[in-house]
Design a protein. Structure first.
Length: 325
């Protein structure tokens, strides 16, 4: 059921994107804000309480509905429920319109429009951005979005499905990300999120994303340039362990051979591979072969879709082996 649910949800989402995503995000944000407003008293245990209420209550409802449908209406009803939940939590079309519009603007040479759309997606940007910097930021945001909307959901849905929890894993992952982002955002505007909530939400999000990030990075390495991706992955783990997003970007940088170095939120910089005789530029020259260019955007799309196909095939084989065993 797990493989078929993922496959159907992806196909339906590609054919008919979920039009209620903005409304769902508004409801979810209002729910998290209400929890923070009513249960965040600033104590050391408030972070645990707020996170559990905001995340586990919706996940518990999803589990109960899944079990009730499977028990009283049969597996087909439970399958439909799984597809419906995945349809709302998983998919490229929830963010791919940004990528498409920015790419089109760049191909037409309209860097100002590309920057404006990118700013609407990522938040405030410096006024003077080079074309290469716009492309780099677009790739970074696209990779992180693909991971959080697709591969991270893949991972936790599969774990929850194996444990008999239906699509609850996908719900916990997506709400956990929203709680962490909402707590930080409310703190930035001087709202109600206490340091205890911020700390616990950040810690739980790191835990939730630890395995999915490494699964995504491993997938990128297998379908991309394996040695370079693993090398940058290893360098990052040794140099600055603990930053999941930066690890994923390091693995992506090696997989497609594009420079994605940037400061990642907390003053960390992605490690770069040492130049070799083959890659070093001649004396007095600058090697720009791996600087972001418009052609790299197609490589990013190909990398992501090859990884999707790889994980679906592996999940199908595991499902088949389970049925035959």
């Amino acid at each position: 059921m797990g493989f078929l649910s993922l496959l159907f949800a992806l196909v339906i989402e590609q054919l008919r994107p979920f039009t209620g995503i903005n409304r769902l995000r508004t409801w979810g944000g209002s729910w998290i804000d209400a929890v923070l407003k009513n249960f965040d008293a600033g104590g050391s245990g408030q972070g645990i309480l707020c996170w559990c209420i905001a995340t586990l209550i919706p996940a518990g409802c999803v589990i109960v509905i899944h079990w009730a449908l499977a028990l009283w209406s049969g597996l087909f009803s439970a399958f439909v429920w799984n597809v419906a939940v995945l349809y709302a939590t998983l998919g490229f079309r929830q963010f791919s319109h940004y990528f498409t519009e920015i790419r089109t603007a760049l191909e037409m040479g309209d860097d100002d429009t590309a920057r404006r759309i990118l700013q609407g997606w990522t938040g405030p940007l410096p006024m003077a951005l080079t074309r290469a910097e716009i492309i780099r930021r677009l790739v970074v945001q696209s990779i992180l979005s693909a991971h959080r909307h697709v591969f991270g959901v893949f991972t936790w849905y599969s774990i929850g499905s194996l444990l008999g929890l239906g699509p609850a894993g996908a719900v916990v992952y997506r709400i956990g990300a929203s709680v962490q982002a909402r707590a930080l955002a409310s703190a930035e505007v001087g709202s109600r999120a206490s340091p205890a909530v911020q700390e616990f939400a950040g810690r739980l999000w790191w835990f939730l994303d630890w395995l999915p990030v490494r699964m995504t990075a491993m997938g990128f390495a297998f379908v991309g340039s394996f040695e370079e991706s693993i090398d940058l992955w290893r360098r990052w783990e040794i140099l600055k362990p603990g930053n999941n997003d930066a690890l994923l970007l390091a693995a992506t940088s090696g997989a497609i051979g594009i420079e994605l170095s940037e400061t990642i939120g907390v003053g960390m910089v992605l490690p770069q591979a040492e130049p070799t005789a083959e890659t070093a530029a001649p004396h007095g020259a600058v090697n720009i072969s791996n600087l972001p260019q418009i052609g790299h955007l197609a490589s990013v799309v190909g990398l992501v879709w090859r990884t999707v196909v790889m994980w679906l095939v592996l999940l199908a084989l595991m499902t088949l082996a389970r049925l035959l065993g």
